[in-house]
Write a protein that binds this ligand. Structure first.
Ligand SMILES: Nc1nc2c(c(=O)[nH]1)N[C@H]1C(S)=C(S)[C@@H](COP(=O)(O)OP(=O)(O)OC[C@H]3O[C@@H](n4cnc5c(=O)[nH]c(N)nc54)[C@H](O)[C@@H]3O)O[C@H]1N2
Ligand SMILES: Nc1nc2c(c(=O)[nH]1)N[C@H]1C(S)=C(S)[C@@H](COP(=O)(O)OP(=O)(O)OC[C@H]3O[C@@H](n4cnc5c(=O)[nH]c(N)nc54)[C@H](O)[C@@H]3O)O[C@H]1N2
Ligand code: SF4
Ligand SMILES: [Mo]
Length: 690
């Protein structure tokens, strides 16, 4: 088997690499060397032949006239996106020369910055990690999305593991908690629909009356950051009514007496006051959870982007063990399945190239502070070079005015590998054109199901684009790195990544392979925690000086009387964008129309705001201008700023992250995007139509 030659006419098997729990299997139809159609693979049970609207239009994105198709060098001021084309040789030689000078002084002044533009194991961190390990660059703590909840799961269940997606179809109760699957997990939503048709009750817990909440039987519109309070009140009801599975608790859990003592302080009235909802909603939810067989929770990351996000996930993750819901394959909880996969990280990333060096680690979620830090003996050197790939930090990182100030530093050397001239690319000294999924090899697991998939290139690279791997290979050569690992080709990297446990032949012929995970992972305990039990109490947390039990941890920013910023703002995903990806795809932007703030009638009226008016959303960190929509999607006291728009497409060149802070969560060092107080003021009335 060798690197297959691209065929002019074919249907090519691939996988969707975007940051989405569905990880679909793709079929790309190629005619005369051009991709004409991208569809879901009907043979893959999680994809079922269906893709979301975004990726169904992948050819529009791939062949967009705005694709960067040659290396670019900055010719104007930083941030204005003024570039001239250069050759690859020139760009690589100049970048390597600059990195050598910085590294000669201290390689930790160089910082990689990447996230999940592609989640592929090969175009993600393979050759890139090798390069940065050899260089001795600073490490990046990749916390921007899932680390608070991920840690919460690790301490409670022992890993990012849970129910298998397919068995939600058999559930009788599905609690959709901090998630809007119609937007962000559409293949799960299809399964929930199957369950609903079989009589299951669907309950949604979300401050926003989301597209999903609208389709569920019950909606609990809790205040942002109050999920743990709700979970504790449910626990108390379970105790009071003895809806507990005592045998499961005795055999397979740790610390119930302590947890119970804490839960008993959470009366319905106390929780209702904290969550800002009617106590009957909580009572009924507890009864449903305590008395329904095959009861399942689909927890998602929306509820952990607040100060107490890690604790909230810990509290919710205790619920299935209390009722023994894990005993049935259609009961339990799923937040992430990513621990089901065992990428061969040592072979892929080659940490041995570090030798004895142990570079400092900088948190991607505090990029604003990090870029503006002058350096110190304890913190380490000032950041002098930033290499960005698979991410758009100017749009997605919190506290953008600080990020922009950092990126604007004249003494910062910035390289951005991208498909498009994003907000971040506008600040680059060099922009390097990267291939898309249709143009390169990759292999990848999923965080919403348990299949591993292979991606074959369907078409030749557009313009002069190169895979991330090849860009790092060329940089390694220019830096005179001679280790053979810098020569490894992408197909070989796919094999390296997968390791020995997976039959590559099956992956090769079928395009996907199921991981050998049990149907009901914790039916008989077997939690991969130190005690082997579901750990209500965690000695690992106690050893770090933290509360060993989960607790309700209030938001950093809570409304107090006389507060200049009395409204809580959350900024969840827009349906037709994926974080800040796809915002520049014209047909998708046409559906999302323009940056929008959802506001309740109660909050709009006293401010003189009507739908269509232009408003200013502001706090001590900055301001963001957008259109208002007065809607029941927003509850009183909470406004919803949807999607991550490109700043340059916003009314005043900012987006919601102009308002979010660089504070971090209780566990996992993650950002608190949905723990953010603002005020909203009318700027301009919409034109009156008569
Ligand atoms: N179309 C689309 N799909 C996406 C994305 C996208 O941008 N667009 N993003 C992808 C990424 S990166 C991720 S991480 C995943 C997961 O994405 P998530 O971050 O889980 O996003 P959603 O599924 O929209 O669910 C978030 C929901 O949580 C609600 N929420 C906000 N604060 C709270 C709270 O304090 N408590 C509770 N209970 N709910 C709260 C929001 O109103 C929202 O409806 O989705 C992925 N899928
Ligand atoms: N206010 C607010 N902010 C948020 C969130 C929120 O809910 N609210 N969500 C947060 C979450 S969950 C996440 S995961 C982060 C996401 O943050 P990011 O991971 O930065 O995601 P994207 O904004 O999609 O940007 C990814 C970029 O990678 C590029 N890309 C894609 N494939 C490739 C490739 O193969 N090679 C190269 N070189 N580039 C590629 C795309 O063109 C795109 O510009 O944002 C976070 N920011
Ligand atoms: S973004 Fe999600 S739903 Fe859409 S094709 Fe990719 S994996 Fe599937
Ligand atoms: Mo994410």
């Amino acid at each position: 088997m060798t690197d297959s030659v691209l065929e002019l006419n074919a249907v090519v098997r691939g996988l969707c690499p975007h940051d989405c729990p569905d990880t679909c299997a793709l079929l790309t139809t190629v005619e005369n060397g051009r991709a004409v159609k991208v569809q879901g693979n009907p043979d893959h049970k999680h994809t079922q032949g269906v893709l979301c609207t975004k990726v169904s239009r992948y050819t529009e994105r791939t062949y967009s006239a705005e694709r960067i198709n040659q290396p670019l060098k900055r010719v104007g001021p930083k941030g204005l996106g003024q570039f001239e084309p250069v050759t690859w040789d020139e760009a690589i030689a100049d970048i390597a020369a600059k990195l050598k000078v910085i590294a000669a002084d201290n390689p930790e002044a160089i910082l990689p910055y990447s996230y999940a533009g592609t989640m592929g194991w090969v175009q993600g961190e393979s050759m890139a990690s090798r390069f940065f390990h050899k260089l001795g660059a600073s490490f990046l703590d990749r916390t921007i999305c899932a680390s608070a909840g991920g840690e919460g799961l690790n301490y409670t269940l022992g890993g990012r593991l849970g129910m298998r997606a397919e068995f939600f179809e058999e559930s009788q109760l599905i609690v959709i908690w901090g998630s809007n699957p119609i937007t962000s997990n559409v293949h799960f939503w299809r399964r929930a629909q199957v369950a609903k048709r079989h009589g299951a009750k669907l309950i949604c817990i979300d401050p926003r009356y989301s597209e999903t909440a609208e389709k569920c039987h019950v909606h609990l519109p809790i205040r942002p950051g109050t999920d743990a309070a709700l979970a504790f009140a449910i626990m108390r009801e379970l105790v009071v009514h003895d809806w507990l599975d005592h045998a499961y608790i005795d055999q397979y859990t740790l610390g119930w007496e302590d947890l119970k003592a804490r839960a008993m302080t959470w009366t319905l009235a106390r929780a209702a006051a904290v969550c800002g909802i009617d106590e009957n909603l909580i009572r009924d939810l507890a009864k449903d959870w305590g008395t329904t067989a095959k009861a399942a929770i689909r927890l998602n990351y929306g509820m952990q982007r607040v100060k107490g996000g890690g604790n909230a996930v810990r509290a919710v993750a205790c619920l299935p063990a209390l009722t023994g819901a894990w005993r049935d394959r259609a009961g339990g909880l799923l937040m992430s399945s990513s621990s089901s996969f065992k990428a061969n990280k040592a072979a892929l990333y080659r940490p041995d190239l570090l030798g004895p060096r142990r570079p400092r680690m900088l948190n991607m979620s505090t990029l604003g502070n990090d870029l503006n830090h002058p350096g110190s003996p304890t913190w380490g050197p000032q950041v002098k070079a930033l290499l960005v790939y698979n991410s758009n930090p100017m749009a997605v990182a919190p506290d953008s005015s600080q990020v922009a100030k950092g990126f604007a530093r004249e003494d910062l050397f910035t390289v951005v590998m991208e498909h498009f001239l994003t907000d971040t690319a506008d600040y680059a000294d060099y922009v390097l054109p990267a291939t898309t999924q249709l143009e390169h090899w990759d292999v990848q697991g999923s965080y919403g199901h348990t299949d591993l998939l292979l991606n074959r290139p369907a078409i030749a690279p557009v313009g002069q684009a190169l895979p991330n791997t090849e860009i790092f290979r060329r940089l390694a050569k220019a830096m005179a790195y001679t280790e053979p690992c810098f020569e490894e080709d992408d197909l070989s990297l796919c094999r390296t990544a997968v390791g020995q446990e997976v039959d590559f032949e099956v992956l090769w012929t079928q395009g996907f392979v199921a991981m050998p995970v049990p149907e009901a992972p914790f039916a008989e305990g077997g939690f991969p925690t130190p005690s082997g039990r579901c750990e209500f109490v965690s000695e690992r947390l106690a050893a770090m000086g933290l509360d060993p039990l989960p607790d309700h941890v209030a938001n950093y920013e809570v409304p107090v009387s006389g507060d200049p910023y009395p409204l809580a703002m959350i900024s969840p995903p827009a349906r037709h964008f994926l974080n800040s990806s796809f915002v520049n795809v014209a047909s998708l932007r046409a559906i999302e129309k323009e940056p929008l703030l959802e506001i309740s009638a109660e909050d709009a009226a006293p401010r003189g705001i009507a739908s269509g008016d232009t408003v200013k959303v502001f706090n001590g960190r900055g301001e963001y201008h957008c259109k208002a929509e007065v809607t029941s999607r927003a509850r009183a006291g909470v406004v919803n700023g949807l999607g991550i728009w490109w700043r340059k497409l916003g009314l005043n060149g900012t987006n919601v992250n102009e308002l979010t802070s660089q504070l971090l969560t209780d566990l996992g060092r993650a950002p608190v995007f949905y723990d953010c107080q603002v005020e909203v003021a009318l700027m301009e009335k919409a034109e009156q139509h008569v």
